[in-house]
Design a protein around this ligand. Structure first.
Ligand SMILES: [Zn+2]
Length: 217
């Protein structure tokens, strides 16, 4: 089977999200960019515990299914339109983690309060401008991509977070950083004004993470 290793990694990612309680049921989806024209993603409404490598779906950048017997995740357009806009993104993960969902319902993005946010996300986590229901696939995808800009995470208003990364592993860690940031921010909001990381320091830390991390002596 083509791309067997990537298929297995996506299934493992789904089980990991479930174990970390970042998703409830099948309200989460994972995708990986295969090449310039194709994306592999989780099928719609399938229990992760019974998902097999052949259940994953390959779609084109236009959303047409190229391979697989199931429908792609109903949030396929969120994934597809982010890949179309961001050539640097190799993986997109959407989950419904609890604290990030609370921030999605607050109508506010999460300002840069943790160093991991500078490194993994590129600073603040923005939120889409208006609530768009999950059934409005293309408008939701367009809003997600537009709001994301060059960041690695975005909050879908009244819905849940979307995290991206250069690869699947990075997108998954990004989900954890988003959830941690939301948790800390909500804790601080109990009567405290958080100290924000200045923009120049967000940028320098982001650059260090992208280009120097692991190469320092
Ligand atoms: Zn969702």
């Amino acid at each position: 089977m083509e791309y067997l290793e990537i298929r297995k990694q996506i299934i493992e990612a789904c089980l990991w999200l479930q174990e970390k309680e970042l998703v409830i049921g099948t309200w989460g989806n994972v995708s990986v960019r295969l090449d310039e024209t194709r994306i592999m993603m989780t099928p719609s409404k399938m229990d992760y515990n019974i998902m097999k490598p052949e259940d994953l779906v390959i779609v084109g950048m236009d959303g047409n299914r190229l391979e697989g017997t199931h429908s792609a995740t109903s949030e396929m357009d969120v994934h597809r339109l982010i890949y179309a806009q961001r050539k640097d993104v190799g993986s997109v993960v959407h989950c419904h983690s609890v604290y990030a969902s609370a921030m999605c319902a607050s109508g506010r993005g999460i300002p840069p309060i943790l160093e991991e946010m500078s490194q993994m996300i590129g600073g603040e986590i923005p939120i889409t401008e208006t609530y768009i229901n999950a059934g409005s696939h293309v408008p939701l995808g367009l809003a997600a991509a537009k709001t994301l800009q060059d960041k690695n995470a975005v909050l879908l208003r009244n819905h849940g977070p979307v995290s991206v990364g250069r690869d699947l592993k990075e997108a998954l860690i990004c989900c954890q950083v988003v959830e941690k940031a939301a948790k800390c921010y909500l804790a601080l909001c109990a009567g405290q004004t958080p100290e924000l990381i200045p923009d120049n320091m967000v940028q320098s830390e982001r650059k260090r993470f992208l280009y120097q991390y692991g190469h320092e002596h």
